[in-house]
Design a protein around this ligand. Structure first.
Ligand SMILES: Nc1nc2c(c(=O)[nH]1)N[C@H]1C(S)=C(S)[C@@H](COP(=O)(O)O)O[C@H]1N2
Ligand SMILES: [Mo]
Length: 215
């Protein structure tokens, strides 16, 4: 498969640039590839795993993908850097997975939907504007560097939103809730920025301008 290079306006990938010229302000490239998350690594049970699409769906009904259904959806590849708000960046990750538009075609949102909340195992969550969810470089990733995701990196599926700080890239994802009004996720409720653009250094909620957070 040809890698689809994501070159969005926020510049999550600048394939022609050297890694040191691709760093958002305040970030550094560490040795190795750190793994971080809050809480334990969940176990994957194929028979009970599902991805639920809830909230303001066009049909008014919830949609449930089983693992065999989800795994078969058409995939694409995105080459992108990854920026943690604790200031390390992991450069040049090759993610393969399902673009949100594929899921939205099968389980469309109602017309007034402007935001989503992404849910993981154990109650972790992150909110996104629809425009970030639908961005070209956003992916429900099943593979990193052409190998299935390891358990600790989000097996079997994680969201990646490379153009936002990495807490928005929810590992072990299990749900998408369509929202007509914005609602904060796990870290957004705990002092982190509602939007989280690393190029604007949107790290903390006290930096939010009017209109950038839920009313
Ligand atoms: N479910 C879940 N996803 C999560 C987190 C978490 O605590 N739980 N941490 C986030 C944060 S803060 C970062 S930096 C990245 C780290 O991804 P990595 O472990 O693949 O480097 O995962 C994000 N996704
Ligand atoms: Mo992070």
């Amino acid at each position: 498969m040809e890698p689809a290079r994501a070159t969005g306006p926020t510049g999550s990938v600048m394939s022609t640039e050297e890694p040191e010229n691709r760093l958002p302000p305040g970030q550094y490239v560490p040795r190795g590839r750190p793994v971080i998350h809050y809480g334990r690594v969940p176990r994957f049970r194929e028979e009970t795993w599902d991805l639920r699409i809830t909230g303001a769906t066009a049909s008014g009904k919830e949609h449930r993908f089983t693992w065999p259904e989800f795994r078969e959806l058409p995939a694409k590849t995105v080459l992108a850097d990854f920026h943690c708000v604790t200031k390390f960046s992991i450069m040049g990750n090759l993610w393969t997975g399902i673009h949100p538009s594929t899921i939205m075609r099968i389980a469309p949102p109602a017309p007034g939907v402007r935001h989503v909340l992404i849910y993981a195992e154990y109650g972790y969550s992150a909110n996104l504007r629809m425009s970030d969810f639908e961005a070209e470089d956003t992916l429900f990733a099943l593979e990193l560097d052409e190998k299935p995701l390891s358990l600790e990196r989000g097996h079997p599926v994680r969201l990646v939103v490379p153009h936002l700080y990495a807490w928005k890239s929810v590992k072990w994802v299990r749900g998408v809730e369509y929202l007509t009004e914005d609602r904060r996720g796990f870290w957004e409720e705990r002092g982190y920025h509602n939007i989280a653009d690393p190029w604007k250094e949107q790290r903390y909620s006290y930096q939010e301008l009017p209109g950038e957070g839920p009313a």
